[in-house]
Write a protein that binds this ligand. Structure first.
Ligand SMILES: [Mg+2]
Length: 314
């Protein structure tokens, strides 16, 4: 077990709480997701004789309908793919969905990595302040959020994960067949928790940020509603994350480094994402005049340490 390495255990009864956004706060979501979607679209397009552009275009509609740009059963819902395979669901799963998934995962192996210093900083936080719960609050579907945190090897640092409802399982109405490989289907049906020992909470869809209901739920669960100044809430989206923290009255940290996104990635992201979904996942125009002022600006994730130290200063 992790132990305090200095005298900070005297702060045991401090009753503090850290709440972290995930995407573009602990890892570069845009670079990750764009690389994976690019690999997936190229692979599937090649197999069925289409173009990535066509599949991207169709993806927008699916993501919009499913309410998440990270809908994991995308390929089997794309009209061009469905048309190509007709009623042969098994063949579609075998020939297009699985290779698409493999291409996505291969790209993720390279790009789904924590920002520099995240791992070390999380270790330091848990060592110095083991009594302070660290909570993940994200607008990603709960399953998808935990899948990512697990791949990032960051899941053990969290005491709780709060996400939106799990993705809808796609089915072919005509043949009454589920359009998911049985093994993957089981993981979803069993609501896999990736061996996470902490608390998992699925929030209703309308708890999405920048609404305050999600963070409010976290505060209630941890009995912090009347200790708002003992809470540090950190996210990359100034308008959305920092804004909602300000409205609630907690301490807010802005992960400014999370807004640094390559133009090429931004461009590709826009090709397959509905505008409202882009805003949901990334701050594309971070600086404007009426944006909320954070209590802390984080230039790197390691700046969490001084932010927590300040939180602990009476
Ligand atoms: Mg974010």
């Amino acid at each position: 077990m992790l132990r305090p390495v200095d005298g900070s255990s005297t702060l045991e009864k401090a009753g503090k709480l850290i709440v972290l956004d995930i995407d573009n706060t602990v890892f570069n979501w845009v670079e990750y997701y764009v690389s994976c979607m690019d690999a997936l679209a190229r692979t599937v397009a090649f197999i069925i004789g289409s173009t990535p552009e066509t599949l991207f275009h169709e993806s927008r509609v699916i993501f919009e309908k499913e309410g998440s740009i990270e809908y994991p059963f995308l390929v089997q819902e794309l009209p061009t793919v469905m048309q190509y395979y007709g009623s042969d669901i098994e063949r579609m799963l075998r020939e297009a969905v699985e290779p698409g998934r493999m291409a996505f995962n291969a790209a993720a192996k390279k790009t789904l990595v924590p920002y520099a210093g995240v791992m070390e900083t999380m270790q330091t936080i848990k060592q110095r302040w083991p009594q302070i719960p660290v909570v993940a609050l994200t607008d990603a579907p709960r399953y998808v959020a935990m899948w990512k945190l697990n791949k990032l090897h960051l899941l053990p640092f969290f005491d709780a994960v709060y996400g939106l409802p799990d993705p809808r399982i796609p089915a072919d109405i005509k043949s009454q067949k589920v359009k998911v490989d049985p093994e993957i289907l089981m993981k979803h049906l069993q609501k896999s928790n990736f061996d996470f020992a902490g608390r998992i909470r699925v929030l209703p869809d309308d708890y999405e940020k920048p609404g305050t209901k999600g963070l409010k739920t976290v505060l209630m669960d941890f009995e912090m509603e009347s200790h708002l100044k003992d809470v540090l809430w950190v996210g990359d989206n100034l308008r959305k994350d920092v804004g909602l923290g300000k409205r609630l009255g907690v301490h807010t940290g802005w992960a400014r480094y999370g807004t640094a996104i390559q133009d090429a990635s931004k461009k590709l992201l826009l090709e397959f994402s509905p505008q409202n979904n882009v805003a949901k996942n990334v701050a594309l125009d971070p600086a404007s005049q009426d944006t909320p002022q954070p209590d802390f600006v984080l230039e790197t994730f390691a700046d969490m340490i001084p932010a927590i130290e300040k939180l602990l200063t009476p």
